[in-house]
Design a protein. Structure first.
Lengths: 318, 281, 321
């Protein structure tokens, strides 16, 4: 039984519909990567699950989101608030803006367990320090009393992860958690996050644009393009045999060991904005294999092997 | 392209449209004063002194029997001429100083900053009074006094804009192409810095008109018989109980002009979307 | 190896930060004693993490900032000794493409204006119809529609703006182009487009590139020679893109790069310790605090860059051969 199951949700902001029938699910202890370029709808998907769309004037206009025993689309804000931080946690892209600059980082972690687990000050502090040690923060007791500006970017992101994990949530949504960090720090953070998810049986929705991170960390992958799911499959299948031309091109954009000069191929054109989504398959203007049908008819998500893909070509060849 | 659409956006708001029309009327009145004023501004007729508003003299007459409407229309010339000229001088000098200080930095910048900060800590009126005390009263010294009083504001604003723009990559790109300081300053920095400075100048013109009126009220501005709204109000104080219109109408003229300028400037800020850039100063 | 088009010798740049009126001023050596030749017609990549001095090095190479000590020579001419007029002359032959395509174009200039600016600055402005032709050629070269000429930067996407940036850099047919993380703020699909373009021009015009990046896999794909920097110093020069890194920091960089292949998953051995403050570098090897192979000697004595068997150079007391 999936812990989170997102069924055909559409998101509208005013008259625009930036997300169109997004569907995927995450099991407990599973790491699911949500990939796509900027403008593909990754962050909006996260906001939809977290119930944060009203912040940007949006709403879920169709479909349903099940999390554990809850139907999230009809949940009241008060009950949502009790879920956030306690059972579903968010790690955002920028650790600089997720921390309160005028409060000690340790207190900010303490507060989560005091609020959600009803711990006293002393127990909360002990729990925070333990959490920080598990995240390999050296001299956790000292760092507990530091202010955010005293810490490096990688250390701050570890504090944010500690805040996310400390109340033992069942689902963590990480929105580009390492994009702002240097590569060596990124590698450490990804390592820590995957280890923690596996060790605690936490479901992790990892939003990223980096196919390398996906290959390293994820069990399954959802590929988004211009507000729709293009393809979904296990990580091995996605990389070994991508069914959607977009997935294939996206993987081809990464320089790999031994690629001959001139071997790197970009995808022509740009991701369309929500105001000018093309008719039919939204990828067809950039697709090298598009046929006439692609410009007219929206391809539906269909089962293909262990995964699903929304492409007319995949249908023909199947 | 952006400029036109900003002006259209401005005129579409009620605030922008009304203030633009009022300002237009005032400017036309000032420019065409000799043509549209019903009487000469200096024609005295003591038999008609302190007449209340009537069909012949719409706004009444003053203590010398001069037509108040004509004097207010001519006074608009003085006020606008002093306001616009002195602020233009102030803006040009301020931009030159501010741009040079912000771009070249170093000792020159530190010197400019010290002077600007010092003069910034005096009210404009005080600076103007000091200067007039040195230069002697009159129209020319009023203009010089007002220019100097507002210099700090424009220097400071331009310097801040130039400092911010200096770190933009396109400046570095221009230098990498081999451009010298002149090209960088006149082709990139000033064109990009100028919009907020012009809007600030627009708003300062309203203040300058009040300052000119204040100096005129003290008898330090334009000398009689040249009409000036401030001087007219000053002479009206003696007649305030027998002929209150002599002080009321010039006062209204000042208020309407300044409100219109401020509303227009404010609408311009919104239309150009530069409120943030002005506040950073 | 071909003769270098650009040679840097003992190049250093220090920045002084003063802590207010009463604080002590502190000195940071953003680039410290860099000696490096950029072979003509080849691509030299410089990798390192934020704060390693790679962007400062890029600017020193073009004399966009002045060196504190050391020298740069371009085609045999010492840049530091040139006056403004000579410097302007030589800038025709060396150009730069910037990281942020959003701020590298003047927002008030049309694309045509931006493309003509190098000609205007160098006093080579084409007259009459040739002016339009030049713009058309440049747009065509980087694959932009002709209608782009009258657009303003804000009407273009990041990728399109970067194409304009490249066209502008190549307008005067330079020999040497510094690419300062030209794809760091772009999506991967656009990054690949831009790299394709840069690769093509490099071949076509025999350009010499200095390519600055934080992405080692991209550098290994794109470059002929790879320079790894750490805290202002070169720690390793690899003479071939597929050379095995010998410095522990280069190895850590390589291991931190994930391949898009689940079969190549790895357990990351985290680098211990923190990056030392660039204002207070330790006396020995700057990487000592984070290195797994550290010895007493590393903390005491700074390793010099020494030639390796593979034709590169490495600054390590215990290189991994």
């Amino acid at each position: 039984m999936a812990l989170l199951s997102v069924s055909d949700i559409s998101v509208s902001i005013g008259r625009l519909t930036p997300l169109d029938r997004i569907a995927f699910s995450i099991d407990p202890g599973e790491i699911v990567g949500v990939v796509g370029e900027s403008g593909s709808g990754k962050s909006l998907t996260a906001m939809a699950v977290m119930g944060l769309l009203p912040l940007i004037g949006g709403k879920i206009s169709g479909g349903s989101v099940h999390f554990a025993e809850f139907e999230l689309t009809t949940l009241t804000e008060a009950r949502y608030r009790a879920l956030r931080g306690r059972r579903v946690a968010l790690i955002s892209q920028n650790p600089m803006t997720s921390l309160d600059p005028v409060r000690r980082v340790g207190e900010q972690i303490d507060q989560v367990s005091m609020m959600h687990l009803g711990l006293g000050k002393v127990e909360a502090r002990a729990r925070s320090v333990e959490m920080m040690q598990q995240l390999r923060i050296p001299e956790a007791k000292i760092v507990h009393g530091n202010y955010p500006h005293q810490l490096s970017g990688g250390m701050k992101q570890r504090i944010v992860i500690a805040m996310a994990l400390v109340a033992n949530p069942e689902l963590i949504i990480a929105d580009e958690p390492t994009t702002a960090l240097d590569v060596t720090i990124q590698a450490q953070i990804i390592q820590i996050m995957t280890e923690m998810a596996r060790a605690r049986n936490v479901a992790l929705m990892l939003i990223t644009h980096d196919m390398g991170v996906v290959a390293q960390a994820c069990d399954r992958v959802v590929v988004l393009y211009a507000g729709r799911v293009a393809e979904m499959n296990t990580v091995d299948a996605i990389f070994a045999d991508p069914k959607h031309p977009y997935t294939k091109s996206l993987i081809g954009c990464i320089p790999v060991e031994g690629l001959p000069p001139g071997g790197l191929k970009g995808i022509a054109g740009n991701v369309p904005g929500v105001l000018n989504y093309p008719k039919g398959c939204r990828f067809h203007p950039r697709c090298t294999r598009a046929i006439a049908r692609c410009g007219d008819e929206v391809p539906l998500l269909r089962a293909s092997g262990a995964g699903t893909v929304a492409c007319h070509l995949a249908e023909v060849s199947a | 392209m952006d400029k036109d659409s900003a002006l259209m956006r401005l005129l579409r708001t009620p605030r922008g449209a009304i203030s633009a029309v009022v300002l237009g009327v005032i400017v036309i009145a000032a420019v065409l004063a000799p043509v549209i004023a019903p009487y000469g501004y200096a024609i005295q007729n003591l038999r008609l002194a302190n007449m209340e508003p009537s069909a012949a003299h719409w706004l009444g007459t003053d203590e010398f029997g001069r037509d108040l409407l004509s004097r207010i229309i001519h006074g608009a010339r003085t006020s606008l001429a002093v306001g616009v000229t002195s602020i233009t001088i102030s803006m040009v000098c301020g931009m030159a100083l501010g741009a040079a200080a912000g771009y070249f930095g170093g000792a020159f910048d530190r010197a400019v900053t010290v002077v600007v900060d010092l003069s910034w800590s005096f009210p404009e009126i005080l600076l103007a009074l000091i200067l007039i005390a040195i230069l002697g009263p009159g129209l020319a010294s009023t203009m010089i006094a007002i220019s100097v009083a507002y210099l700090a504001q424009f220097t400071r604003l331009t310097r801040a804009q130039v400092m911010a723009l200096k770190s933009e990559t396109y400046i570095e790109a221009t230098i990498a192409m081999g451009a010298g300081s002149g090209h960088v300053l006149f082709r990139h920095l000033l064109p990009n810095a100028i919009t907020p400075v012009i809007v600030a100048g627009m708003l300062a013109t309203g203040d300058a008109i009040i300052l000119e009126a204040t100096l005129g009220f003290f008898g330090l501005g334009a000398q009689p018989p040249t009409p000036s709204w401030g001087a007219m109000m000053s002479s009206g104080t003696a007649q305030i109980f027998i002929a209150p219109w002599i002080i009321i109408f010039p006062g209204l003229a000042i208020a309407i002009t300044v409100i219109a300028i401020n509303l227009f400037g404010d609408a311009l800020i919104d239309a150009l979307d530069i409120r943030k850039r002005l506040r950073e100063n | 190896m071909t003769t270098p088009l650009v040679s840097m010798h003992g190049l250093s740049r220090a920045f002084v930060s003063s802590k207010g009126m009463f604080g002590e001023s502190r000195t940071m050596r953003a680039v410290d004693d860099v000696t490096l030749g950029l072979p003509a017609g080849k691509v030299t990549g410089v990798v390192g993490e934020s704060g390693c001095g790679k962007s400062t090095l890029a600017r020193l190479a073009l004399r966009l900032i002045e060196a504190t000590s050391g020298s740069v020579s371009f085609d045999g001419v010492e840049l530091g000794g040139l006056g403004p007029a000579e410097m302007r002359q030589i800038r025709r032959r060396m150009q730069m493409v910037f990281q942020d395509p959003y701020s590298s174009l003047d927002p008030r200039y049309t694309i045509a204006d931006s493309l003509l600016e190098p000609f205007a600055i160098q006093g080579l402005m084409p007259v009459g119809a040739t002016r339009k032709e030049r713009v058309a050629e440049l747009l065509d070269m980087v694959g932009l529609a002709q209608s782009t000429a009258s657009n303003f930067p804000h009407q273009l996407s990041g990728g399109q703006r970067q194409r304009v940036g490249i066209a502008r850099a190549l307008a005067l047919k330079p020999q040497f182009v510094v690419l300062d993380e030209p794809t760091a703020s772009l999506d991967v699909s656009i990054q690949a487009q831009i790299i394709e373009l840069l690769e093509r021009f490099q071949q076509q015009f025999g350009l010499t590139y200095l390519f600055i990046s934080h992405d080692l896999s991209l550098v290994r794909y794109f470059c002929n020679q790879i320079v790894v920097m750490y805290l202002g110093r070169i720690v390793e020069v690899m003479a071939a893109p597929d050379a095995r890194p010998q410095h522990p920091y280069s190895r850590a960089l390589l291991e931190s790069t994930f391949a898009p292949d689940p079969a190549k998953r790895r357990i990351v051995q985290p680098l211990g310790g923190e990056i030392p403050s660039p204002f207070a570098l330790p006396p020995g090897c700057a990487f000592a605090a984070r290195c797994a192979n550290v010895s007493e000697r590393c903390r005491r004595e700074r390793p010099a860059l020494a030639d390796t068997d593979a034709g590169g150079r490495v600054a390590c007391h215990h290189p991994n051969r």
